[in-house]
Design a protein around this ligand. Structure first.
Ligand SMILES: [Zn+2]
Length: 63
């Protein structure tokens, strides 16, 4: 019987389209430019850019 060690801390979920990790300062949600917020791609599969959420995390700080 094999048991997977799940002792590692879970990082904040982050999708390929995210510019920053969710919860980071000076970030916000923006409509995913790939799926236009639908969360689905052309094949009705979960959008690979936003992970199916329809939003991506973007940096909103005016640096
Ligand atoms: Zn998307």
């Amino acid at each position: 019987m094999s048991t997977t060690n799940t002792n590692a801390p879970t990082p904040a979920p982050r999708n390929p389209g995210d510019e920053a990790s969710p919860g980071a300062e000076q970030t916000g949600e923006n409509t995913c430019p790939v799926c236009a917020g639908s969360g689905r791609d052309a094949a009705s599969a979960p959008c690979p850019n936003c992970g199916g959420t329809g939003v991506v995390i973007v940096t909103v700080g005016d640096a």
